[in-house]
Design a protein around this ligand. Structure first.
Ligand SMILES: Cc1ncc(COP(=O)(O)O)c(C=O)c1O
Length: 378
């Protein structure tokens, strides 16, 4: 048996998405910028996909800019805030994805912005009182904080944070790469400037995503070239990718509650089995459902001579997972997220992450392999 419990890294593409993409690949090869029949036909696919996405998020199609995925969208939001909005200062946290963390550090090192870090708790919760204190400084500010942490699952209270930014006149970007397709968004009522999305996190294709830019917020091209995507992102569109993204999003939201219940039940099952197997087990990040992304469970396991190179051993036994502590992955650099929450990175850890395709037998299989590694019986 071979099981994939690394759905926070990427998800298997849905068969319906493959079908939708291959239809377009076979039949609709025109360049959407061409004005003839083939071009108009290809363009119609892009614009129809944009309408589908906008409807699902309750925003306007003109607020969706398709691009290559989460990294590009995060970069664009941050760079646009400086170049189009005149932001002089960025507030972020130490546990953001590198697509945000490395970008803001580079801008600080080049002297383009002042960079401030808001405190986070040992569970990865952003200290909103500290954020408010930081917001009192009178400088044009962008706040960039992720909706759900991709390593430890902790959720940011998005509405509350957005309202706080609004109160102090700061722009707000949230990296929603792990949550679009897993939670409902109502962008008519959420006061946010930028959101980012990558299709491969919800059974869509890799290499495609979008940036949502609130219509009240100005943006500027970061890639110069053609006038695609309203001049904000030049380059011939990835038609198949965009069609696949829209299809994947439709499927994700069509049965959201059902998927959520299924995945949360798997996570609860794993938590209870782990507690039986390892009475001293602990979990990084929040586990309470209202505060934790239901697709991720990050486990801190006991350190024994059996736990060295844990991820490698699990892989040999048929379980694909990832983790952030140096000793479990064989890397010599522990995760900045675990360091950022003050975790003991000398302990082995495993990030299990699930999708709507994950089966209970697969969780059972992974637990049995863990048990055999630690030589314990359940
Ligand atoms: C929270 C978060 N942000 C950004 C990214 C980058 O997305 P992409 O791989 O589409 O560039 C990822 C992907 O791992 C992620 O989990």
């Amino acid at each position: 048996m071979r099981v994939f419990l690394d759905n926070a890294a990427t998800t298997p593409i849905a068969p319906e998405v493959v079908d939708a993409m291959s239809d377009v690949m076979k039949e609709h090869f025109g360049n959407p910028s061409s004005t003839h029949f083939h071009g108009r036909n290809a363009k119609a696919y892009i614009e129809n996909s944009r309408r589908i996405v906008a409807k699902l998020l309750n925003c306007s199609p003109s607020e969706i800019i398709f691009m290559s995925g989460g990294t590009e969208a995060d970069n664009m939001a941050i760079h646009a805030s400086i170049h189009a909005l005149g932001v002089e200062r960025i507030i972020t946290s130490a546990i953001e994805h590198h697509a945000v963390g490395y970008t803001v550090e580079a801008l600080r090192d080049r002297g383009e912005i002042q960079l401030d870090y808001v405190q986070v708790s040992d569970k990865g919760n952003v200290n909103l009182e500290h954020l408010e204190e930081l917001l009192l400084q009178n400088k044009k500010t962008l706040v960039t904080l992720m909706h759900a942490n991709n390593e430890i699952s902790t959720l940011l209270p998005l509405n509350e944070t957005a309202e706080l930014c609004k109160k102090y006149g700061a722009y707000f970007h949230s990296d929603t790469v792990q949550t679009i397709g897993h939670y409902l968004f109502d962008l008519q009522s959420l006061p946010i400037d930028f959101l980012t999305c990558a299709a491969h996190k919800f059974h869509g294709p890799k290499g495609v995503g979008f940036l949502y830019v609130n219509r009240k917020t100005k943006a500027e091209a970061q890639i110069y070239g053609g006038s695609q995507e309203r001049g904000l992102r030049g380059g011939t569109e990835n038609i198949y990718g965009v069609v696949g993204l829209a299809k994947a999003m439709e499927l994700a939201y069509a049965n959201l509650d059902e998927h959520r219940q299924h995945i949360q039940a798997l996570k609860d099952y794993m938590i209870s089995e782990l507690k039986i197997m390892f009475p001293t087990v602990s979990f990084y990040g929040e586990t309470e459902p209202s505060k934790s992304l239901y697709t991720i469970l990050n486990v801190c396991l006991p350190l024994t001579d059996k736990s060295r190179m844990l991820l490698f051993t699990l892989d040999l036994k048929g379980v694909s997972v990832s983790g952030g502590s140096a000793c479990s992955s064989g890397s010599n650099k522990p995760s900045h997220v675990l360091e950022g929450i003050g975790a003991d990175v000398s302990l082995p850890n495993v990030r299990f992450s699930f999708s709507r395709y994950t089966k209970k037998e697969e969780i059972r299989f992974a637990m049995d392999q863990l048990s055999s590694i630690y030589q314990r019986n359940l």
